[in-house]
Design a protein around this ligand. Sequence first.
Ligand code: PNS
Length: 164
Amino acid sequence: MKKLAVYPGTFDPITNGHIDIIVRASKLFDRIIVSVGENPQKKPLFTHSERMGLVENVVETLALDNVDVGYFSGLLARYADEIGATAIIRGLRAVSDFEYEFQMALANRKIYPDAETVFLMPSEPFVYLSSSMVKIIAQNSGDVSIFVPKPVEIAFHKKFGGKK
Ligand code: PNS
């Protein structure tokens, strides 16, 4: 049986850290669907369609033939069930991520027991990297080019103006 994994996130916006996880996951599963969802605890900077557009653009550039893009609203576990995913991929950067991720993995397992949450560690340069940090740097006219792919850098430029 082909193993399908969902890689969910807010992707507000997608960073080089997310890309690192996508590439790692693509080597472990037959198919990955990078899925843009909503985190009820976050108020995103980019709209859903902007985030989707950026993820689609970046995934296309990666040219990995087993990686597609999707979106979901509502519960992640229900979506994973609907598309027949048997794994939920999450990046785990530091101990500080653990409690939230642990809770979410257990809740998702209760709702949809047929999917396992699989945590992947990013490469070291991305361990400290988060979308929130990148947004603060961009908002304050900092250079985000080492943290995000080019389309995201351009999107920040359009949002905030300033140096590209
Ligand atoms: O990139 P993020 O913000 O860490 O992604 C979080 C996301 C979108 C994966 C998570 O908030 C989510 O799954 N949201 C949908 C609601 C849900 O199913 N929550 C988990 C069970 S309580």
